[in-house]
Design a protein around this ligand. Sequence first.
Ligand SMILES: [Zn+2]
Ligand SMILES: [Zn+2]
Ligand SMILES: [Zn+2]
Length: 152
Amino acid sequence: MVDSDPRDSSQENSDDSISRVHYCPECKKPLRRIEGKMGPFWGCTGFPKCHATLNDLDGKPSTEINQHFRCPLCTRRMVKADADRGKYWFCSGYSKGCKVTLRDDNGRPETAFRCPDCGNVLIKRQGKNGEFWGCKSYPDCTTSFNDLQEPP
Ligand SMILES: [Zn+2]
Ligand SMILES: [Zn+2]
Ligand SMILES: [Zn+2]
């Protein structure tokens, strides 16, 4: 998905303070950690030639490149994980106290929204009358929305 031209490395930032250097999966230049508005993430030092970004996962870049999927509660990036029982997504703010996990839905996290009542997440649930948005805190929180087309 990326051309293999060996890019000029004269711009390379040799930061000796970081003992473990992580490299861009696309162009092999070192990555740098960036404190973004939406939380930390890793960007390529080959920028602007290379637009690769990676999720920050406990101070390390996660190999899952995903700029689009964000935690419905804290807006940090969601990180894909492989577990024995299947793939799932968890919030990169996990170590900061955000315990959001979402099912994997064909390579992307299931759609979820913040519950207006308890601040947990609303996820698609299967009910007697079809699908609806239900709170993950159920039965502690019984908030639900029937309209799947119009997210709460
Ligand atoms: Zn790169
Ligand atoms: Zn979160
Ligand atoms: Zn709720």
